[in-house]
Design a protein around this ligand. Structure first.
Ligand code: UTP
Length: 291
């Protein structure tokens, strides 16, 4: 079955990038000249996804504005030959896909946020694209996962090996090889202690799930420490039934939820940017000489 729906949870508090994220959602922090969430929507569209639900909360209305028309701005730019490219880039934001919004009324974790999408998703498989993970790839990563879902007929998670010292910040997966970069997942532990590490594979930003995940999330108790409902716990239930694969995806992932990730994303994307790439490279070369 072709996957045409994606949800982008963007209702977190973004505490790791405060005060930048106090009034600007972290999903709207820019990478050179576009907000992070636009890269994610463009990745979805490039993979053939047509309907996207963005999960927001209070104070994140500017995400809706970004994907809407801006009539005053467009009227000002239209017809000005020197601004033609900018005009097209502004209009492009409002024509990307069918974009819907819903609010997660309380910040109760990623699992709870995903449940807000239940009626949008209905009885179809769907992609979850974490709103603060930008992944740059020729072959859109969400498309790589959709192909694995279509091939194996079970949920799939996008993974990468991370340094062992960082695994406790993410999650750890027990996996066995299936085919090329695809593995069967048998167990997942969210934020493991160093002794609990099963492998250095962690889930980074993209998953494709069957609709049965909603019942599993509803049966998942909140974490006693944080009070959040972890999506990972519900995906672990799928794994234990033999219904989950992992794709070691091709792509470079930037964590826009932390300061270093934001700087790496801006630096690396700027280096390949058609307007400023060459100048920025020269600037960096000079700058590093002084360190
Ligand atoms: P994170 O755990 O990275 O987001 O969730 P956070 O809670 O904003 O981060 P910190 O720790 O406070 O800095 C990953 C994605 O899930 C969304 C976030 O917006 C982010 O895009 N999320 C998280 C929700 O939509 N709702 C939640 O309740 C939690």
């Amino acid at each position: 079955m072709k996957i045409t729906k994606a949800i982008i949870p963007a209702a977190g508090l973004g505490t790791r990038v405060l005060p930048a994220s106090k009034s600007v959602p972290k999903e709207m922090l820019n990478i050179v000249d576009k907000p992070a969430i636009q890269y994610i929507v463009e990745e979805a569209v490039a993979a053939g996804i047509t309907d996207i639900l963005i999960i927001t909360n209070r104070g994140k209305g500017i995400i809706e504005d970004h994907f809407d028309h801006s009539f005053e701005l467009e009227a000002k730019l239209e017809g000005n030959p020197s601004k033609a490219e900018i005009y097209e880039s502004v209009k492009h934001c409002s024509n990307l896909a069918n974009i819907y919004f819903i609010r997660q009324k309380e910040t109760k974790g990623l699992g709870h946020a995903v449940c807000c999408a239940r009626s949008f998703v209905g009885n179809e498989p769907f992609a979850v694209m974490y709103g603060d993970d930008v992944i740059i790839s020729e072959d859109p990563v969400v498309g790589q996962l959709c192909r694995a879902y279509e091939k194996y007929g079970v949920g799939t998670v996008g993974v990468k090996e991370v340094p062992r010292k960082d695994v406790p910040k993410y999650c750890t997966l027990d996996v066995t090889p299936l085919d090329n970069n695809v593995m069967a997942v048998h167990n997942i532990i969210e934020k493991p202690s160093p002794e609990e590490i099963l492998s250095c594979y962690s889930i980074l930003g993209r998953v494709v799930l069957p609709p049965e995940i909603f019942d599993l999330i509803e049966q998942t108790p909140p974490d006693p420490k944080s009070g959040e409902v972890y999506l990972t716990d519900a995906m672990c239930a799928l794994a234990k039934e033999g219904k989950l694969t992992a794709v070691d995806f091709n792509g470079i992932r930037y964590d826009m939820g932390n300061k270093l990730g934001i700087m790496k994303a801006n630096c690396e994307v700027a280096l390949t940017h058609k307007e400023i790439g060459e100048d920025f490279k020269e600037y960096l070369k000079e700058l590093v000489k002084s360190f």
